[in-house]
Write a protein that binds this ligand. Structure first.
Ligand SMILES: [Fe+2]
Length: 311
C-alpha cells in the first residue's frame, strides 16, 4: 500500500504541512486522497516536496481537492489555453510592474491577498509551482486567517466584525487606499488597463470575518483592490480599514516558501492569505497556478454581471 510522510511546515506555526512521497501510485489511492483532503481542511497549506515537475501532475494533484475551473478574467495569461484548462501563468514578462520597498526594486511583488476577491465566487484553492526560479528572493508567503483572528486585539477585532468590503479589479498600487508597506513606491506600472478591466464586472462584496463549517472564525480581507465598506463608502472608512489591517499585520505569523522545481503548494483560498515577495527585476521568474472550483457562499456582486458597465 502506498504511503506518504506528513510533517509540520515550520516550527511554531499553527498551520501548514509538508508532504513527501506523493507519486502517481499514491495519488491513485483513495485512502491517501481522503487523508490529503482532511489535512488540507485542518492545516490550510500543504507543501508537496519531490513532485514530478509536470503540468499533468499539477493538474492531477489539484483535482484531489476539487474540479479545475477556468480563470474568471480572460486576459490573465494561460499556460496553454487549449490543453491545460485551469492553469494560468504568472511571469516576470507578463507582470512587468516594478515596485520599490525599503529601497529594493522588486518585480512580481503582490501584497497579501486572497484570489478572486473581485469575483462573487471564491475558488476553493490553487496549486502553485515554479518553472523558473529567481536566484534570490521570489518567495511566496502564506498567512493563516484563523491565526490572525485568534491573535488580534479583541477591541480592534470587534470593529471588523460584521463589515463587508467592496472589491474590484482596479489593482493599481497608485490607487490603493490603505495597506501598502511603509517605504513603498511604484517604479514601473503594470501594462494592463485595470480601469477597463474593473468595468467588466460589478463590484464584489466579501465579509472581513467569517465562520468555517468546522467552527473557527477566519480573518479574511485584503487591501488589494479594496474599494471601501459596503453601505458606508466614506473616505474615513479607510482609516478604520488601515487600523484593522495594521493589527492583522502586527500579529500575523507567516510562512514564506522558497521554491524548488519539484515543489507544489496548495493553499485554502477561503482561509489563507498569500503574498508574492517579489524578486530582482533583472531576473526571470515563471509560476503556474491552477484554479480549483468551489465556493464559500458568502461573496456576491453589487448587481448582476450582465448589468455591469451599463450607463
Ligand atoms: Fe494570488
Amino acid at each position: 500500500m502506498a504511503s506518504i510522510e506528513i510533517r509540520p511546515i515550520a516550527d511554531g506555526l499553527t498551520f501548514g504541512s509538508r508532504v513527501t512521497g506523493l507519486d502517481r501510485n499514491a495519488l491513485a489511492d483513495e485512502d491517501i486522497r481522503t487523508q490529503l483532503n482532511d489535512l488540507f481542511i485542518d492545516r490550510g497549506v500543504i507543501v508537496f516536496e519531490g513532485m514530478e515537475a509536470t503540468s499533468a501532475m499539477q493538474m492531477e494533484l489539484s483535482q484531489v481537492f476539487g474540479p479545475l475551473k477556468d480563470h474568471p478574467v480572460d486576459n490573465v495569461d494561460r499556460a496553454d489555453r487549449d490543453h491545460l484548462m485551469g492553469v494560468i501563468e504568472l511571469s516576470t514578462q507578463a507582470y512587468p510592474c516594478v515596485v520599490e520597498i525599503d529601497g529594493k526594486p522588486l518585480v512580481t511583488w503582490q501584497p497579501w491577498h486572497f484570489d478572486h476577491a473581485y469575483n462573487d465566487e471564491l475558488n476553493r484553492a490553487g496549486v502553485l509551482r515554479s518553472l523558473k526560479i529567481a536566484a534570490e528572493d521570489g518567495q511566496t508567503g502564506f498567512a493563516d486567517g484563523i491565526q490572525i483572528y485568534n491573535d488580534m486585539d479583541p477591541a480592534i477585532r470587534d470593529k471588523a466584525e460584521g463589515l463587508h468590503l467592496l472589491y474590484n479589479l482596479d489593482l493599481r498600487y497608485t490607487e490603493q487606499k490603505f495597506g501598502l508597506p511603509k517605504n513603498f513606491r511604484q517604479i514601473r506600472p503594470h501594462d494592463k488597463d485595470f480601469i477597463a478591466m474593473a468595468k467588466t464586472l460589478p463590484r464584489s462584496i466579501h465579509p472581513v470575518i467569517w465562520t468555517r463549517d468546522t467552527g473557527e472564525k477566519v480573518f479574511h480581507m485584503t487591501p488589494y483592490g479594496c474599494q471601501g465598506i459596503e453601505g458606508s463608502e466614506k473616505s474615513e472608512d479607510f482609516q478604520l480599514l488601515q487600523e484593522i489591517w495594521d493589527e492583522a499585520m502586527r500579529v500575523v505569523k507567516p510562512y514564506r516558501h522558497s521554491w524548488k522545481l519539484t515543489d507544489m503548494v496548495i493553499w485554502d483560498n477561503w482561509r489563507v492569505l498569500h503574498e508574492a515577495c517579489g524578486c530582482n527585476p533583472n531576473e526571470e521568474r515563471v509560476m503556474h497556478r491552477t484554479t480549483i472550483k468551489g465556493d464559500y457562499g458568502l461573496g456576491r456582486f453589487e448587481q448582476k454581471p450582465e448589468l455591469a458597465g451599463a450607463g
